[in-house]
Design a protein around this ligand. Structure first.
Ligand code: GUN
Length: 293
């Protein structure tokens, strides 16, 4: 029997823990976690993600601040906003939604966020801590941290002897995911667009994590029987079966066929997605605790 992970349910339990921690921090230290989310431009998908993040922050009892900047915002104006948020003691977490519209350059902006406020885990200090196995001292990128919760609940803390394959090598997901799996003793392969015979590499995986942004790319014959399959893709595709002009979300995994082979699988939507937001809230409350000493 294949287990389909209910990401909403797991995320809800993380959110409950965040709410309790928030109440305790306020009661004990008089500190309310503050999360600032910055969005530039008009991308509808980014606006949808950001409003869910801001809404969840409020629900957790945080001070939730959203900065919505126009498409033609200059690099200097965006940098100035980050500097202001860095200096604001009531803000413990800063998230700049990616991708930024052209011609803005995201890298200097991300690296200008104070590492202790970098709740996306993208600053080189946080990425470096993770890469060197310091899992407690920094902040870990939210989507891989969320995916790891599913891996841990399936396989436990120690992945010794298990082969893990991560498809995708982005700084936001693939690299930190591989680092987390490695830190848990898995034997890790990072596959990507230049990998030779990707299906054969994937068939070797006890834990297969797909983050490529290609709708339903991973097929049933890419998957070892009984494997744990974590789908990080969120792809909007047309869905004529729902009516003319309608669309739907699908992952990077062909769920209908892979479900029959996998031991454990995450759906899209309702798998990794809700965990990303939950782990963002967890990172923010962690940042606030550290600041409160
Ligand atoms: N765009 C898509 N996912 C993310 C994320 O986790 N963080 C940021 N900052 N931007 C994103």
């Amino acid at each position: 029997m294949t287990t389909v992970i209910d990401g909403k349910q797991v995320a809800a339990s993380v959110i409950e823990a965040v709410k309790s921690a928030t109440q305790a921090l306020e009661a004990d230290a008089g500190v309310r976690p503050g999360l600032a989310v910055v969005i530039v431009g008009n991308d509808p998908a980014s606006h949808a993600y950001v409003s869910s993040k801001s809404k969840m922050a409020k629900e957790c009892g945080f001070q939730s601040v959203q900065h919505t900047l126009p498409e033609d915002t200059s690099q200097d104006d965006l940098a100035a906003l980050v500097a202001k948020l860095n200096a604001d003691a009531s803000i413990h977490g800063i998230l700049v939604q990616l991708p930024l519209p052209k011609p803005l350059n995201s890298e200097p902006i991300i690296q200008s966020i104070l590492p202790e406020k970098d709740v996306d885990g993208l600053h080189v200090v946080n990425a470096g801590k993770l890469a060197t196995g310091d899992l407690e001292g920094g902040l870990v990128s939210c989507t891989p941290a969320g995916a790891m919760v599913f891996v841990r609940q399936t396989h436990g803390e120690d992945l010794s002897g298990l082969n893990a394959v991560v498809i995708g090598r982005s700084n936001l997901f693939g690299k930190p995911m591989a680092a987390l799996l490695l830190a848990a003793n898995a034997t890790v392969t990072t596959a990507h667009s230049r990998t030779k015979d990707l299906p054969a590499v994937c068939r070797n995986a006890d834990i297969l994590v797909a983050a490529v942004g290609r709708p339903e790319m991973v097929k049933a014959d890419w998957v070892k029987a009984g494997a744990t399959v974590i789908d990080v893709g969120i792809n909007r595709v047309s869905a004529p079966e729902k009516g003319e002009g309608k669309s739907k979300l699908v992952g990077d995994v062909a769920f209908g066929e892979v479900e029959k082979v996998a031991g454990v699988i995450t759906p899209v939507p309702g798998g990794v997605g809700p965990m990303t937001i939950a782990m963002l809230m967890a990172n923010t409350v962690i940042a606030a605790y550290r600041k409160a000493g």
